[in-house]
Design a protein around this ligand. Sequence first.
Ligand SMILES: Cc1ncc(COP(=O)(O)O)c(C=O)c1O
Length: 446
Amino acid sequence: MTGGAGSGGRAPSRSETLYERARRYLPGGVSRNTVLRSPHPLYAAYGQGARVTDIEGVTRIDFANNMASLIHGHANPAVVAAVTEQLRKGTAFTLATEVEVRYAEHLCGRNAGFEKVRFVNSGTEAVMSCLKAARAFTGRARIAKVEGAYHGLYDYAEVSQTAGPANWGDPDRPLSVPVADGTPAGALEDVVVIPFNDPETALAILDRHRDDLACVLVDPLPHRVGLMPATAEFVGALRDWTRRHDTLLVFDEVITFRSEFGGAQQWYDVQPDLTAMGKIIGGGFPVGALAGRREVMDVMDPLVSHVRFPLSGTFSANPITMTAGLVTMELFDRLAVARVNRLAERARAGIDEAIRETGVGACVTGGGSMFRVHLKPRPPRNYREAFVGPDESRLLRGLIDHLLEDGFIMINTGTAAVSTAMGNDEIDGLVEAVRRWFERSRAELP
Ligand SMILES: Cc1ncc(COP(=O)(O)O)c(C=O)c1O
């Protein structure tokens, strides 16, 4: 990545100049790696509904929706009005607020398994709190997770997330691979890695740790594992196994809560003990939450003489996030859920057709209101098959750049998250832009 300011003898653009300044004070010039692109990030000026305008004045249709966290697109009028009113009254207090209670009632009303809920500030914190609650409940330290799955930044939750062919080990015994340098060896030892959608291998691995697992953590539609839904067989096997061994089943629905009225878990005939949420439930503001069985959630109950898992946060359940979240989720009713899911299905079908008609070696996966384009001929079944090597990575950058040129923003893995601000026109526009790139790049694609 280069700064590029003033390259080619022309005056630098506003974005080039800004990025030069950013690099002086922000490592890499950014606060989160997702916005990086060569030669500089795009800088947002404003967003409205399905569209974002950057500081160069270019408007694009936004299929990234802040990493799938905006279910109604940008600046939804009802959310803006409610938050504006709350802003005038104050943003955070060392007092509880009524809206936090109303929002807890709302979220618990969406899923019969949500007997109690706790609000935190990010998906990372929600997953971390689920793992710590599971440990406090079971008195065990170890956790199991799916190879390659992204669950945020907690040392334990991030194990194996970036594993690659050089260090991931035998498929029947995936290794615990650290993400950050200096990860404590104890964190690696306390994480058991299982393959996705392979119940037989997963249970054989879990059996070796049957007496010391606090929980099995699973995302029903893991983005980094290929955005393929977990099979009912896999989820059912994990539910049976965890029940037999007094281990908790934890769902990470930080992304997938957008998939159904009560989360993607409603695709299955199972109920996890705990669910981590985040993203859309903040209505555009930082958020996380965990919900689940009363007796498990009560490890956080501070009204007893020994609190098994004390959990606090300065900005947890702040009234801005609670207000935005409540209004957002009230608007995301069953009809709205069904509508965004239909739009995503239309996109998946359209891209599939474009793949067939252009004959390129690509495929599309997804579920609910999301989809992911892979530049490989067959849908990946697990992280190892979904792994993006250097050639595919280069091609994918070409697709993302082409889409930006054509007026569409997608997550840089080739993933899209539909919002209620979209309609058939936005979907069909994206499908046609993808088709144009397939036609243009046919010779290079597998
Ligand atoms: C499945 C999943 N879990 C957890 C997280 C972490 O959430 P946050 O970025 O809010 O910490 C993410 C973020 O992308 C996620 O996709």
